[in-house]
Design a protein around this ligand. Structure first.
Ligand code: CP3
Length: 349
């Protein structure tokens, strides 16, 4: 027997009969207790910057379900705000930011190492959590990857095809590269502070990696991830890192080796059988049940959950969804997924 947490053992490369499990957006609007705490905080950003309440919502899904990991409650867009961008959320629509389209806009941002006063409440949330989490629960810190964060900073909002960011990359590469560089530096220093505060692993969310192809994928998804990971590992020897180049498709192949990531998180556009052969051969993978099962439930949820556990059973695996759980999910379906992973036929054999 070992005291090392299940999630950290998977990141070490250990094959476990029952994989550790957590869920992207596990603290969120599908939970009535989240909605109550969010109402108490006032709005989403006030919740992110209120360390006690952010820690409280992080703990809610741990209390309800006993997940093997908690993920810090914050948002990838706090970094742009700390760099000097205006940020607000429009109810029912999503985030809005001041835009970066010229060198003048870029020059208004603060240096990467000047973000910490603004982000101090996030580090305090991590410290509270590392005291209050159950001893078997791992604490995951996170940041957005530079490309994904840049797409929001350039467009000033979420975009279906990341068009404005691709245009800036083509038409004004000097500004685009300067922004990518600033975000890469800020991500390193931000994640480093989370690790100092008690995060036991960190996850890099590149939600829009799928719109980078060929050379652009190498330059703006792989290369920044590699620099962030090698710098974090130099500063914090042994820290495990999860990378999520969402919808990278073939780009998933070799991603862990090329970047130094300990685990690659998979969306549900790839089958678990394909990913076991092409991605898990290099180490731990995380994923990849379709989020819609948390809305629809039933036998299809059980079947797909078993299929994923089975496909990844020969290597290190962390069970998760392929993307975040949606607000219309039924909390009972989350329990059904967990029961299927933990008590299904696979646990008995
Ligand atoms: O996973 C977790 O539980 C940790 C907390 C977390 C949030 N956002 C909380 C959140 C994490 C890791 C994120 C990451 C994030 N934020 C990403 C990358 C992952 C992904 O989903 O692709 C992105 C692109 C964002 C930016 C963002 N934040 C958007 C586009 C939105 C609006 C969309 C929506 O779901 O409403 C948010 C808001 C947000 N971030 C919510 C939560 C729980 C919902 C806000 C609310 O309570 O109203």
């Amino acid at each position: 027997m070992t005291d090392r947490k299940k999630l950290l053992r998977a990141l070490d490369g250990e094959v476990q009969k029952v994989p550790p499990i957590w869920m992207m957006r596990q603290a969120g609007r599908y939970l009535p207790e989240y909605r109550a705490t969010r109402a108490e905080a006032g709005d989403f950003l006030s919740l992110c910057y209120n360390s006690d309440l952010a820690a409280e919502v992080t703990l809610q899904p741990i209390r309800r379900y006993g997940f093997d990991a908690a993920i810090l409650f914050a948002d990838i867009l706090l970094v742009p705000q700390a760099l000097g961008a205006d940020l607000w959320f429009v109810a029912g629509e999503g985030p809005r930011l001041s835009t970066i389209t010229s060198m003048d806009d870029f020059n208004k941002l603060v240096p990467a190492d000047a973000i910490h006063d603004h982000l101090a409440p996030v580090y305090e949330t991590v410290r509270i959590l590392s005291r209050e989490l159950p001893r078997e629960t791992a604490l995951i810190g996170f940041a957005g990857a530079p490309w994904t964060v840049a797409t929001y900073m350039i467009a000033g909002r979420g975009t279906p095809d990341q068009g404005p960011a691709h245009s800036l990359m083509a038409e004004n590469p000097e500004v685009f590269d300067a922004l990518m560089e600033r975000l890469t530096d800020a991500t390193i220093t931000y994640l480093s502070m989370q690790i100092d505060a008690g995060a036991e692993t960190v996850k890099l969310f590149d939600s829009w990696a799928g719109s980078l192809k060929g050379e652009a994928f190498q330059k703006y998804a792989l290369a920044p991830a590699k620099r962030i990971i090698s710098e974090l590992k130099a500063r914090h020897p042994g820290i495990p890192i999860i990378a999520f180049p969402r919808e990278a498709g073939d780009g998933y192949i070799g991603f862990a080796k090329k970047t130094g990531a300990d685990c690659v998180a998979l969306d549900n556009s790839v089958t678990p059988e394909w990913a076991a052969m092409n991605v898990q051969v290099d180490g731990c993978v995380q994923g990849n049940l379709a989020s819609r099962h948390m809305v629809t439930g039933g036998q299809a949820l059980i079947d797909d959950t078993r299929r994923i556990v089975d496909a990844f059973s020969a290597g290190p695996h962390i069970f998760n969804l392929g993307h975040g759980i949606t607000p219309d999910a039924d909390p009972a379906n989350v329990q059904l997924m967990i029961d299927t992973v933990r008590e299904g036929a696979y646990a008995e054999s």
